[in-house]
Design a protein around this ligand. Sequence first.
Ligand SMILES: Cc1cc2nc3c(=O)[nH]c(=O)nc-3n(C[C@H](O)[C@H](O)[C@H](O)COP(=O)(O)O)c2cc1C
Length: 212
Amino acid sequence: MVTPDLSAMRREYGATGLDDSEAGQDPLALVDRWLAEAVAAGITEPNAMALATATPDGAPSVRIVLLKSLDAQGAVFYTNYTSRKGTELAENPRAAAVLLWHDLSRQVRLEGRVAPVSAEESDAYFASRPPGGRISAQASPQSQVVAGRAELERRWEQAAASPDAGTRPDEWGGFRLVPEVFEFWQGRPNRLHDRIRFRANGDAWERDRLAP
Ligand SMILES: Cc1cc2nc3c(=O)[nH]c(=O)nc-3n(C[C@H](O)[C@H](O)[C@H](O)COP(=O)(O)O)c2cc1C
């Protein structure tokens, strides 16, 4: 296989802009609208977001998780609390996330602090997952080294046969990222993109525009 010429890859972005009146004063209303437009555009997994965490001494790590709810309380995703991200967040609750919708030339960045959701909220979401995924959450020691695929499958069979099959393990649940900063990026022609940032100030949001 020939390595693609990455330096020559270039896409011109569209004319759709993000002007101040469209941006409004409420980043939640804007992100809701952009999510709805991403869904309407048929984008695959429009709720996939890259989540960055860091160790207390600042070594970052990033991975994709699925955003499962977003409202004034924050952005919720589900994972294993003993995973790499889970342990990093337990020690350093600061996180950043980005949603990317290539086909709309848009990204949304979020920054803030993260805290576990209540056990009731995790239970409710866990119960909505298909049975096979519930068993995987019980069987998989996320981020630990395993001997091989066969070990994972053995663990899954064991979890499926256990009397607890399908119940939420204590180490699996939600985290809520409470955004202090949102940034909306809309790709524009000639790389003169729109960037609108909102920063929380008490109960209000301060909006400004950043150079692309
Ligand atoms: C599209 C996509 C969606 C994913 N969604 C989740 C998710 O919601 N929760 C999760 O824990 N991992 C999810 N993952 C797997 C993570 O990217 C990652 O491999 C896993 O959480 C372990 O990360 P960690 O070792 O940094 O904790 C997803 C991966 C992809 C590609």
